[in-house]
Ligand binder design. Structure first.
Ligand code: NI
Length: 159
């Protein structure tokens, strides 16, 4: 496993549409493992393959830090409600912005064994699913942001 370089805003790979994964290969498995390691290393809750420069329809999401979802060729099949809140992206470090998303999302995808799975979530998980799937079509949250992007203020560590 290896930590990969996260592509940042302005890199044109982030604006491209990703291709469907047709079969699981050792190379794709390695990509997924690297995406997980890269996401955890950056303290992110989600990462999409184009963010590490690979135009494949793969995202990893972990909003609890305990159990990642690996979604291959994911597709949203149901949404409801609305939530408005701050959103960030590992490709725009130190920034956040207010974005409105559905409050509930259901998606279908394939797992690492290319078996169909279903994922549903509310609040942060619903937001993360929408955000990461947008990446696969070359979209960033900056297109949906309401108002200005803000600088993220980190709390000073206490010790
Ligand atoms: Ni992002």
């Amino acid at each position: 496993m290896a930590i990969r370089n996260i592509r940042e805003f302005g890199d044109e790979v982030l604006n491209k549409k990703c291709k469907e994964v047709k079969e699981m290969t050792p190379r794709t498995k390695e990509l997924i493992e690297d995406m997980l390691e890269t996401m955890y290393d950056a303290n992110g809750v989600g990462l999409a393959a184009p963010q590490v420069g690979v135009l494949k329809r793969i995202v990893v999401i972990d909003v609890t830090g305990e159990d990642p979802y690996i979604l291959i060729n994911p597709r949203i099949v149901e949404t409801s409600g609305e939530q408005t809140g701050q959103e960030g992206c590992l490709s725009l470090p130190g920034k956040s912005g207010q974005v409105t998303r559905p409050n509930y999302v259901k998606a279908v995808a394939l797992d690492v064994n290319m078996k169909p799975i279903e994922i549903e979530g509310t609040e942060l998980l619903a937001r993360a699913i929408c955000h990461e799937l947008d990446h696969l079509d070359g979209h960033l949250y900056t297109e949906k942001v309401e108002g200005e992007l803000q600088e993220v203020v980190y709390d000073e560590p206490e010790d």
